[in-house]
Design a protein around this ligand. Sequence first.
Ligand code: PMP
Length: 438
Amino acid sequence: MSPDTPAMDAYWMPFTANRQFKKAPRLLTRADGMYFTDDKGRQVLDGIAGLWCVNAGHNRPRIVQAIQQQAAELDFAPPFQMGHPKAFELAERLTRIMPAGLNKVFYTNSGSESVDTALKMAIAYHRARGEGTRTRLIGRERGYHGVNFGGISVGGIVANRKMFGTMLGGVDHIRHTHDPARNAFSVGQPVHGAEFADDLEKLVALHDASTIAAVIVEPVAGSTGVLIPPQGYLQRLREICDKHGILLIFDEVITGFGRTGSPFAAQTFGVTPDLMTVAKGLTNGCVPMGAVFAAAKIHDAFMNGPEHLIEFFHGYTYSAHPLACAAALGTLDTYAEEGLLTRAAEMQGYFAECLHSLRGEPNVIDVRNIGLVGGVELAPIAGEPGKRAFNVFLDCWDQGALIRTTGDTIALSPPLIIERAQIDQLIDTLRGALKRAA
Ligand code: PMP
C-alpha cells in the first residue's frame, strides 16, 4: 500500500468482499477515454464502461463543462410542483431517440429506483383504468432489477434475495432463457428458446389475466451472466402481453444508450415495451440519474381527475436534478456528435470475432455476445462457485484490464468509443489470464 492510501475502516463497500478488498485495495484515481489510472499510476483499460455506464468513455469535455456550468448556475431545484428548463429540454430530446410508441419521461436517480417506479406505475395504471385487480407482477429467474424491494422481488438472483426475508407478495417468475445444451457458443441471438416465453401463458392460466399487471425482463440480462434473448422470444412475450392486457416492461438499465447497436435494445430486437427503465448511460455515469419511459396511454390514464390534483403520488427529492439533467444533455450531445448510439453495430462483428476466439481456451464452456456486450462462461471450480472467474478478474487487473464477473461468467461491456487495437488488448489480456488460471 502506498503512503497515500487512505484509512479503510469506515467505508462499508457495496457488493464487495470487504475483508479481502481491504487487504489488497484496488484504487482508481483518474480516468480518460478508454483508460483508468490507479493509485500507483498504472493505466488500466476499461473493459466494462465503468459499470455498464460510461458509454462515451471517460472525461468527456462537453459533459464535464455542462456539469460545471450547471453547478454554478442552478445547483438544485425542488422537483415537486416546480421545474427547471433543462428537465423539460432533456425529456424532449430523449423522445427523439426513444422507440416509437414511448414518449413520456419520468426521472429517477438510479436503475433500482427506475424499476420500482415502473412497477408502481404499472399497478397504478390499471387501477386508474378501473382494473384494480391487476396487481400481480411477473419477473424472470436470474433477472436483475436493482436492489430495492420491488426489484429484488421481481428479480431472480438468489444471492440478492435470500438475506432479506419476505419479498413483495403476488410475484411470479418465468424461466430464464439460458440453455447451453442447445445454444452454447451462439454468435448473436441464439436460435433456440422462443418457447420459454410461453411460461407467461401458463401463469395467465393459473392466475387469470385479470390479476396480472405487468411482466418485467431485461432484453439482454447482464448482471446474471450476459444472456442474449433467443430469436423470437421477446416478440412472443409481446404477443402474449397484448393478448391478455398485461404491460410489458423492459429493463434497459444496461442495454440503453447504444450498447446493442441501436439507441435501445427494443429497437435492436424490434419489440416495443409499454414501459422502459433506464439509468447508467443516460448521463454517461457522471451524475446519478435514471428514468422510466412510458407509452402515452399509460401517462394519459392518470390525467383524468381534477386538474389541481397530483396525478401520481411518487417521486424523489433528486428527481430531475439540475446537475443530472445537464450531464445527460452533454451526454446526448456527445453520443450524437460521435455517432455512438449506433457504433456498437459497426464494431460488433470484430468484437464477436475476437471474443469467440476464446473458445477452446482452458475452462471456457460458452461465449455469448450482442452489440458491444460479451460473456465468457467458465467451468466452475468444484465447491467454489465464482472463484475461477474472480481469479481471472484479479489477474486481468494486474495485467492492466478491468473486466467484471458474475458467478463464473466474465462480462465485457467496453465504452462504445473502443477501437480495434483496444479490443485486441482486452481479449489478449483475458486470454493470458485464462491460460494462467488453468
Ligand atoms: N436493472 C438492471 C438491468 C441493471 O443491470 C442494474 C444495475 N446493474 C439495475 C437495474 C440497478 O441499477 P442501479 O445500480 O443504478 O440501481
